[in-house]
Ligand binder design. Structure first.
Ligand code: ZN
Length: 206
């Protein structure tokens, strides 16, 4: 057993921490924010999508073409489909990235892929990571739907819908437990997404 552990440790030590270093060379001192994937605030399916992206475990067209009779092109625009194309380059992502830029004022591919912490309060960082994870989930789900049914969903609209659903669900939960302060700290920062009125009602602003 000790030998096995030693062999695996030696193998893992020599491997890069993320395949994304090839896709998007990190800037000085950058590294993935792995801890964000283990937050209890993040649903497991959402975490899994981001984990797979960081490890390069994405079933792209250029990968699937080795095993299945499908084309290696993007099902939306016809360009050769790599991981970078799916999550950063496809033209269909522009409405989503514009939404993120509007919300965060500091969107960049490095922030998006590595979920890097930004300067500011810890709660603000948690909100940023939550939004990035929901955005990646919207990209993943709309692509899966396109592959399965041929349906073309606007991933920006799906993202907005999932953020609002999450806010409404969390608000209903905290309202029932009388902990609105915690909700405001998590979701109502700067009132960009929502606010809570003095009477305790939810006002969506996104
Ligand atoms: Zn495309």
């Amino acid at each position: 057993m000790l030998v096995l552990h030693t062999l695996h440790a030696l193998t893992l030590v020599s491997r890069p921490d993320t395949k994304c270093r090839d896709l998007l060379p990190p800037l000085e001192g950058e590294q993935p924010r792995w801890a964000s994937l283990y937050s209890t605030l993040v649903p497991r399916p959402v975490r899994d999508i981001s984990w797979r992206l960081l490890h390069g475990a994405v079933s792209t067209g250029t990968y699937l073409v080795w095993f299945t009779p499908v084309p290696d092109t993007c099902p939306f625009c016809g360009v050769r489909e790599t991981q970078a194309h799916i999550y950063l380059e496809c033209a269909r992502l522009q409405p989503l990235f514009q939404l993120l830029t509007y919300l965060l004022l500091c969107f960049s591919p490095h922030l998006f892929i590595y979920e890097l912490p930004i300067r500011g309060l810890t709660k603000l960082r948690d909100l940023l990571v939550n939004l990035f994870l929901l955005a990646k989930t919207a990209i993943y789900k709309t692509r899966e739907r396109r592959l399965a049914d041929g349906v073309s969903c606007d991933c920006g609209a799906v993202f907005r819908s999932s953020v609002l659903s999450r806010i409404r669900a969390e608000f209903l939960w905290v309202a029932s437990t009388d902990s609105l302060d915690a909700f405001e700290e998590r979701w109502a920062l700067s009132e960009v997404l929502c606010s809570v009125s003095p009477s305790g009602s939810l006002c969506l602003t996104f």
